[in-house]
Write a protein that binds this ligand. Structure first.
Ligand SMILES: Nc1ncnc2c1ncn2[C@@H]1O[C@H](COP(=O)(O)OP(=O)(O)OP(=O)(O)O)[C@@H](O)[C@H]1O
Ligand SMILES: Cc1ncc(C[n+]2csc(CCOP(=O)(O)O)c2C)c(N)n1
Ligand SMILES: [Mg+2]
Length: 401
């Protein structure tokens, strides 16, 4: 197994042991008892929370009443995204705080990917009655932490029972009245493709987690990268301020400047190739990725790929560099940002990864259809579809613990 202690064995028990008297279950506490523990972890809980540290300055009425009241900067931007046990994480990997961070990240990134400012999150939780209350408390703490990183507050939510753990988040944000939303249909031939944040790391972490039942220690070359990849899968930390830097490059950030250049923007949740395809189709253009730039992004993941392949006993059948590139092209869940912007806009800290060309909508690498897998993650895929959950080369390894 990878030497990172944060990589749990696939077959291990839930991170929090249930049925210990020190850790009451949801059934033992009842809905009101659970809710009280949850609200105790949300800084904006209770009316009149304005100014509470971490609560977001715009919250007038936080969780605890029938609904929250928040001052909205500009137009309302709203989205929803959920994490379902067995589909988005396995029980054996469960780390409640990190799961809360992940739920926050995937929702906050969607708001930022419209060019908006995240303001609030609503958290709906469903779980079996024998779940330790500490699991839900940890999820709330992680969500509050990640919301705070993006300048948003947790505004409320809902509780219910279910056969498996479900973390469903609704996200709200505000869009400056003077600014255009950064939609997927705004790419034009001649634009440059930029990556804000990163991609491929969470997919590498997913493959490590799926392979971690096998006992094989990390080498000194891969230990730090493996730990980082697993952390990226369990608790991704999108670079939210990257979108502010894109706005600056577009000339939107100058005071009173409402009519800067257009740009298309998407957060990478399902995979670079798949999400680039969404911009291509919405904009009616070709997105041509630069192979050299992709290989540069894959470089730091090659030692992780070598480790995964060694754990799977797959060396030398698969080239580690090919697997690393495959993660970069098809791996989701890092919530990096892909932008298509006019060449005059050069966003600070973004990586140039391709260009937009005229033609029938499609994604290419160096002018040709991608070779190392064109997939991305899709829910509802039947097991007999053959590809594993990451679309990576190798046997299908979807396990439901
Ligand atoms: N059950 C649903 N009812 C209504 N609209 C939906 C539903 N599911 C998805 N959508 C809408 O379809 C669009 C695509 O949804 P999807 O979840 O793929 O979002 P995404 O941004 O592409 O991916 P991600 O949320 O992983 O970043 C979004 O506008 C979403 O609001
Ligand atoms: C057990 C397990 N299997 C597969 C994955 C990979 N995965 C799940 S959802 C998703 C894309 C975003 O989903 P959505 O479009 O719903 O936001 C990806 C890449 C995982 N994390 N855990
Ligand atoms: Mg999205």
């Amino acid at each position: 197994m990878c030497s990172d202690r944060r990589v749990p064995a696939r077959s291990s028990a839930p991170a929090s042991p249930s049925q210990s008297s020190a850790e009451p279950t949801l059934a033992e506490l009842g809905e009101d008892g659970v809710l009280a523990r949850i609200l105790a972890r949300i800084p904006s809980a209770g009316a009149g929370a304005e100014g509470v540290p971490g609560a977001g300055a715009a919250v007038e009425v936080g969780p605890g009443d029938d609904a929250a009241v928040t001052a909205l900067p500009g137009r309302l931007v709203s989205s929803a995204d959920m994490l379902v046990e067995g589909e988005d994480f396995l029980r054996g990997w469960l780390d409640p705080r990190r799961l809360g961070v992940k739920a926050g990240a995937q929702n906050l990134a969607d708001i930022c990917a419209m060019g908006a400012v995240p303001t609030g999150l609503l958290l709906s939780l469903a779980a079996p009655g024998d779940t330790p209350a500490a699991v839900l408390e940890g999820i709330v703490e992680g969500l509050v932490e990640e919301a705070g990183r993006a300048g948003a507050a947790v505004l409320g939510g809902d509780l219910s029972g279910a056969g498996q753990l479900v973390v469903a988040v609704t996200s709200l944000g505000g869009l400056d009245p003077r600014l255009p939303a950064l939609t997927r249909d705004a790419a034009r031939p001649g634009d440059v493709l930029w990556l804000g944040g990163r991609t491929g790391w969470a997919a590498a972490g997913l493959d490590l987690l799926l392979a971690s039942g096998a006992a094989l220690p990390c080498t000194p070359e891969c230990a730090a990268c493996c730990a980082e990849a697993v952390e990226a899968q369990r608790a991704p930390r999108p670079d939210y301020p990257a979108v502010d830097r894109l706005r600056e490059a577009l000339g939107h950030a100058r005071e009173g400047a409402g009519h800067g250049r257009r740009a298309a923007l998407i957060d990478l949740s399902d995979g670079l190739h798949s999400d680039a395809g969404r911009i291509a189709r919405a904009s009616g253009a070709v997105l041509d990725l630069d192979g050299e730039a992709l290989r540069a992004l894959a470089g730091p993941l090659v030692p992780v790929a070598a480790h995964v392949l060694a754990v799977r006993g797959d060396i030398p059948a698969t080239d580690p560099a090919a697997l690393a590139l495959h993660w970069v092209l098809t791996g989701g869940e890092d919530h990096g940002f892909l932008a298509a912007a006019p060449p005059e806009a050069v966003p600070v800290g973004w990586a140039r990864i391709g260009r937009v060309l005229p033609g029938e909508p499609e994604v290419r690498v160096d002018g040709a259809p991608a070779v190392h897998g064109t997939g991305g993650f899709r829910h509802f895929r039947a097991p007999e579809d053959g590809e594993d959950v990451t679309g990576a080369p190798g046997p299908r390894r979807r396990d439901r613990a």
